[in-house]
Design a protein around this ligand. Structure first.
Ligand SMILES: [Zn+2]
Length: 208
């Protein structure tokens, strides 16, 4: 997703829970995952190329760093905030780079429809139909050069990042679903940490 949306979603989900300085570190680490060196060959950062296992493992690792930070003595909470920012980047990109939103919309029928997108539906997360955009070189790199994008799109297969991403509103109505799901997932990740951290650790983590 574009930088501005990572920032907005993180603020919306966590603004009330963290101090401003903690939030700033979390956001900086989140958007830093989209630096040039992190854009390619790091499928786990963005859930590209069907790297679901790799992505989940990466998120678990970051969660582990957060817990380890507060187990040790005298370790700065900045380390935990940075790990949380990296974790959230993957969590948020999951909805923009996979077909989760499409599968969720397909699961909605007249007799069974939820008022809002549910970000953690087990049957979708475990569905063999769940996939994410493949990165085709060099075409998916050229995708980011806007003037030649129409030409690049003609050459890219339909299962590419270029065709599948929900990174910005230009991608159509499914973008809004991706945003809603990602905000809820961000809240879910914070709730999970609230259950894992002891109260005195949580105070240090939220810096409030
Ligand atoms: Zn990303």
């Amino acid at each position: 997703m574009k930088r501005q949306y990572h920032i907005e979603m993180t603020r919306e989900a966590l603004g009330d829970h963290f101090s401003e300085r903690a939030l700033q570190v979390i956001i900086k680490a989140n958007i830093n995952q989209d630096r040039l060196a992190g854009m390619f060959f790091h499928d786990e950062f963005h859930f590209d190329n069907n790297a679901f296992d790799k992505g989940y493992r990466y998120m678990n690792e970051q969660r582990g760093y957060i817990l380890a930070t507060f187990m040790g003595t005298g370790v700065s909470p900045v380390v935990a905030w940075e790990a949380f920012g990296r974790l959230l980047h993957s969590a948020q990109d999951f909805y923009a780079h996979s077909n989760y939103v499409t599968l969720w919309l397909d699961s909605q029928t007249a007799s069974h429809s939820a008022p809002e997108i549910e970000p953690m539906k087990k049957d979708i997360l475990q569905s063999p139909k769940l996939c994410s955009g493949k990165v085709y070189f060099p075409m998916d790199m050229l995708y980011f050069i806007k003037p030649i994008r129409p030409l690049v799109m003609k050459l890219l297969p339909k299962d590419s990042h270029g065709w599948m991403n929900l990174d910005s509103p230009e991608q159509g109505f499914k973008f809004d679903y991706a945003i809603r799901a990602a905000v809820k997932r961000t809240q879910y990740e914070f709730n999970l940490l609230q259950t894992l951290l002891r109260p005195e650790m949580l105070v240090k983590f939220t810096d409030k």
